[in-house]
Design a protein around this ligand. Structure first.
Ligand SMILES: *[C@@H]1O[C@H](CO)[C@@H](O)[C@H](O)[C@H]1NC(C)=O
Ligand SMILES: *[C@@H]1O[C@H](CO)[C@@H](O)[C@H](O)[C@H]1NC(C)=O
Ligand SMILES: CC(=O)N[C@H]1CO[C@H](CO)[C@@H](O)[C@@H]1O
Length: 521
């Protein structure tokens, strides 16, 4: 082809694609759906969400058949044949929780995976997650020292009995990986990211079993010198990151504290019960963080950071105590065993009792359990599990949802105890590629469209019940209305959305699809 023709074709292509980002470069890995492949030359992108003309509804859909946030325009007053329509009415006077944010986590495994990529590919991952050409994450959980997703067990002070913390220091994973990567993410986000810290284990010598794993609790008790020194150990982390230009929004007291009561527990942990977290927050951690420059109001301390069955008991124990409550802003919850974790309505109950406290999902991940291939590239049910749990949390006062490892390698690690999993992005530095797995798009259907400050509003039907729709409605800070629908059935679903001003718009949602609708009035 003549060079000038090449240039013209390229311009035409570029103009055409720029209208709704660049599409997924899909690849199938022997599963029911696809991944989107990114390399140095190409990575799928999205446009920022901008107000549409009145009367227009933008539908973004991803499905098992391979659509990935594919955008189409629908007009209010349209005609659409379909067998049965769900009638959706919005109740704008019913206003529920404010969105805190959506994000992923800087475990060491994520930091190492990102570090192994070329600078260009690393930038593409961080832009895919945090920029407006990506899925606009607004939060990030950061592991305080190591956890199972590290390639070695360690803490920031492994010099035995160094109670004065003279030997405390950040490690290579922080200085060379997490801190520069977090700075880069903030640059691409173009706005602050809510960073939250969580520790898995104190130094082994601070624990009564002398090990990072196999359960064990802090030596001493609330108010003791030992517990205060552990609080100072944690404070040093936030001060060191602040000195490096990264300010944290919050922390949890302890990752999955109940695992610290299991003497066979394989990886880094420390046992607290609800009373211990209450008293640690009240007597040690809260005051020491405040004195150290992380005061309530500017810095959110969260308790629990573990599964839903524990939530009500912990909320009552901690939030009923006025002094502890002064230091503790919210309840952090994990999704594990969600199928058997009991009804989500427990969060409604907690909100009714303690309306000033927020609830935030701080960890979730999954893996392919069918064979040894844990990362399950292109498995649709991994995404459906995410979307279902996110939506049901949002329908019950939870303010956001945090995915676990931002990236993992093609074995689902590294993980020093072999607890490998899947992640929304799997890196393959050897091939110069990374793969956006199905969970990435489940996150996107929420994170891209619900910036912090969005509010959930009433919608009917809007609550999950056998045989009814899974649907949530929200208002964005820019005035946009967002409707998110999940269809996990093999049948198309049809909707009549009634807007008080604009009338009715009819929308079809494909089988096994996530569908996010945005419009402005
Ligand atoms: C710990 O810190 C002390 C005081 O700064 C120093 O003398 C000692 O060498 C350090 N120990 C180790 C193992 O780094
Ligand atoms: C929060 O931080 C700002 C700026 O650093 C400061 O002016 C304000 O007093 C702090 N608020 C609290 C409650 O500490
Ligand atoms: C929107 C909608 O109708 N979603 C349905 C999709 O399929 C599942 C069953 O797998 C239903 O429970 C949802 O309500």
């Amino acid at each position: 082809m003549h060079l000038r023709c090449v240039a013209i074709v390229a311009i035409v292509l570029w103009v055409g694609l720029s209208e709704s980002g660049t599409p997924c470069n899909s690849r199938r890995f022997n599963h029911d759906s696809v991944v989107c492949v990114c390399d140095e030359n190409f990575c799928d992108t999205l446009d920022p969400i901008e107000p549409t003309a009145r009367g227009l509804l933008n539908v973004y859909e991803s499905d098992r058949a391979g659509k990935r946030l594919e955008k189409r325009e629908v007009q209010f007053g349209n005609d659409l044949p379909g067998p049965i329509f769900w009638n959706v009415n919005l109740e704008r006077t019913e206003r529920f929780q404010e969105i805190i944010g959506f994000g992923g986590s800087w475990s060491d495994a994520a930091a190492i995976g990102l570090d192994r990529l070329s600078p260009d590919l690393r930038t593409k991952v961080l832009r895919s997650y945090y920029s407006t050409e990506g899925i606009e994450y607004s939060t990030a959980r950061v592991v305080i020292s190591g956890c199972d997703f590290s390639n070695r067990p360690y803490t920031y002070d492994d010099v035995t009995n160094d109670w004065e913390l003279n030997n405390w220091s950040l490690v290579e994973e922080d200085v060379n990986m997490k801190i520069p990567q977090m700075h880069e993410a903030v640059r691409h986000a173009g706005k602050p990211i809510k960073f939250m810290g969580s520790s898995w284990s104190p130094p082994a010598w601070m624990k009564n079993n002398g090990e990072l794993n196999h359960g064990g609790q802090l030596i001493g008790n609330a108010g003791s010198y030992e517990w205060k020194q552990y609080a100072r150990y944690l404070l040093k982390f936030f001060q060191a990151y602040r000195a490096a230009g990264i300010d944290f929004w919050g922390m949890t007291v302890q990752n999955e504290p109940m695992t610290g009561w299991d003497p066979w527990f394989p990886w880094n942990t420390c046992g607290f019960n609800a009373e211990m977290e209450r008293d640690f927050a009240k007597l040690d951690l809260g005051p020491i963080m405040e004195e150290g420059g992380f005061a309530p109001g500017n810095f959110s301390i969260m308790v629990l950071d573990h599964n839903r069955p524990l939530a009500l008991d912990w909320a009552i124990t901690v939030f009923s105590d006025a002094e502890a409550s002064r230091y503790v802003a919210g309840l952090a919850v994990h999704w594990y065993f969600y199928g058997t974790a009991g009804p989500y309505q427990v969060y409604d109950n907690i909100h009714t009792r303690f309306p000033d406290k927020f609830i935030l999902g701080t960890e979730a991940c999954n893996r392919n359990e069918i064979d040894g291939d844990h990362i399950g590239l292109g498995l649709w049910y991994l995404a459906e599990d995410y979307a279902h749990d996110i939506l049901l949390n949002l329908l019950h006062w939870v303010g956001g949802w945090t995915d676990w490892n931002l990236v993992l390698d093609d074995e689902g690690g590294p993980n020093w105890v072999g607890n490998t999993h899947s992640a929304p992005i799997i890196v393959n530095p050897g091939a110069g590629e990374f793969y956006k797995n199905t969970q990435f798009y489940a996150m996107a259907h929420f994170s891209k469209f619900l910036p912090p400050g969005s509010i959930r509003i009433g919608a009917s039907p809007g609550v999950e019940e056998e045989g009814t729709v899974e649907l949530g409605a929200f208002e964005r800070p820019d005035g946009g209305t967002v409707i998110i629908v999940i269809n996990s059935s093999d049948m198309e679903q049809y909707f009549n959305l009634n807007d008080a001003d604009l009338g009715v718009v009819k929308v079809k949602v494909d089988p096994h699809a996530f569908s996010t609708w945005v419009y402005y009035r």
